[in-house]
Design a protein around this ligand. Sequence first.
Ligand code: FAD
Length: 325
Amino acid sequence: MLELGMTALTSPVLDDLEAAAARQGLGGRAQRGEPLARHTSLRVGGPADLYIKAETIEDIAGWFGLAREHGVPALALGNGSNVLVSDRGVRGVVIEIACRRHTLTAADADGVVAAEAGVSLPALAYQLARQGWAGFEQGIGIPGSIGACVVNNAGAHGWSMADTVTGVLVLGPRGDIYTLPAADLAFEYRGSRFKHQPPLEREIVLRADLRVHRDEPAAIQARMAEYTASRRRSQPTNPSVGSMFKNPPGDYAGRLIDAAGLKGYRVGQAQISPKHANFFVNLGGATASDVVAIIHAARTAVREGFGVSLELEIEPLGDWGEEDA
Ligand SMILES: Cc1cc2nc3c(=O)[nH]c(=O)nc-3n(C[C@H](O)[C@H](O)[C@H](O)COP(=O)(O)OP(=O)(O)OC[C@H]3O[C@@H](n4cnc5c(N)ncnc54)[C@H](O)[C@@H]3O)c2cc1C
């Protein structure tokens, strides 16, 4: 569980913060009390005290800097496809990483794409495929932003970001901006150096360099179509966060939850998908509490039935009060 402070920020604090941003000429649309359910793939989550959509690297660095100076907790959000936000929401500032430019530097058969952190991984893969560049088409079904995909070492079909990233540009917790080569990122299964940092002190990925190579557009697109078809066969299409738990060594979380008899198990409008037991879906109007209840049920059943402790792949965010994801 992550708590970002339990008391909603008062409007004078937010007034000061927004006034300072205006004086600095910072861009970014700011909204008070913005429901985070609008920004998460599970369609769950209460309000952020202040929600900023920051579309340039300068604005991202500027807003994080101001939040730090004003003693206001600040958290990055990409596409919201790997988080469970509490019903009470997030105290402080949520900064949507919405910088979405990329440039390609090519030399014969190889190239490097410098993609800003808010670029959508599948959108970039599609665009590059059309231009005859391949390298991470396996990520076509991962609905994340490049920055968070680096943080999570997102992956599928035997590939992960660690195979493609050559380095990143990062905003440090004290406001300094620096590059890190891939060797310093400590990639691991669904994680990296960033995942081990407390979310409020986490380095923010601003841009990533991705290795690509030339291939026939039709061949890349055919592989993408196969990956997409394989997902359609095995995964539900309802709102979800993808896999809820990491696969334990040598096994699959979905297999264990299924074997514990919980496929289709439901609390309120949250359900363990009958199609894939590691996908927890929102049938329409689910609350974070409903989702927490099915998480607890799955963990308990798998621990009691098989002696295996399931570890969350997603990140619970916000003010949880008595509950605990
Ligand atoms: C239908 C579906 C299928 C999925 N399939 C897969 C899959 O096959 N493989 C897989 O690996 N994942 C999968 N996922 C999970 C998810 O898409 C990935 O984890 C993705 O990397 C999350 O990106 P995001 O932008 O949505 O991150 P968010 O959910 O917005 O954020 C995740 C975490 O990263 C932090 N963060 C966001 N941006 C930054 C940044 N720029 N710098 C530092 N921290 C940041 C946030 O604070 C948060 O803690 C799936 C999800 C869904 C809904």
